[in-house]
Design a protein around this ligand. Structure first.
Ligand code: AMP
Length: 193
């Protein structure tokens, strides 16, 4: 499968260990070198800023989509290929999802969790059938994956939904995972049958 635009969800915090910086910079560079455009939240802070800077430095195209209230607080990145200022978070998340061919989840906090679970929920409801790749280097996301497995085990998420995401733990898996063929969509009504 060919991927033109990948939506990357990642943390905006500046108060994180530097060990997180290195792989984010490598991922921004890797995506740019593979001619994959980045769609992201448009911030200059935390891993978001590092991702955008590294992709731009490697000649990549980066599109930011930021709600007006964050733009007014001047957390936007001012040197992106494109920056869209939208009215609210809902509009932003819809536009990010619509523009993307696939989703890549890097370490992050509440915002990243919200975006991850929203995009998985939309996949469950049949609103899209795009790849969702969880970058689990150093087992960062293992607690979240364990939680998802717990929900599946207890019947709150259908068993076959476990294929809605692919967890990977190294850089060399990113491009193959993003471009792998997606499984056929699952009828959302199975959730309630
Ligand atoms: P968090 O994981 O809580 O740091 O939130 C990161 C995610 O929420 C990003 O993927 C963004 O879409 C959004 N977000 C949170 N804070 C900002 C910010 N200062 N600027 C732009 N987007 C942000």
């Amino acid at each position: 499968m060919t991927i033109e635009n990948v939506c990357v969800y990642c943390g905006s915090s500046n108060h994180i260990d530097e060990s997180f910086h290195k792989s984010t910079i490598k991922i921004g560079t890797l995506l740019a070198k593979n001619n994959i455009n980045i769609i992201y939240g448009g911030g200059h802070v935390g891993l978001m800023g590092l991702l955008a800077d590294s992709a731009l430095a490697a000649g990549g195209k980066v599109t930011g989509i930021i709600p007006r209230h964050l733009h007014d607080r001047e957390v936007q990145h001012d040197h992106l290929t494109e920056l869209h200022v939208v009215e609210n978070m809902h509009e932003r998340k819809k536009m990010m999802a619509d523009c993307a061919d696939a989703f890549l989840i890097l370490p992050g906090g509440f915002g990243t969790l919200d975006e991850t679970f929203e995009i998985l929920t939309w996949k469950q409801l049949g609103l899209h059938n795009k790849p969702v790749i969880i970058y689990n280097e150093g087992n960062f996301w293992s607690p979240m994956i364990t939680l998802i497995e717990h929900l599946i085990k207890n019947g709150f998420i259908p068993k076959d939904n476990s294929g809605f995401y692919t967890a990977i733990d190294s850089l060399d898996q990113i491009i193959p995972a993003l471009t792998a063929p997606v499984s056929p969509a699952i009828d959302p009504s199975e959730k309630w049958s």
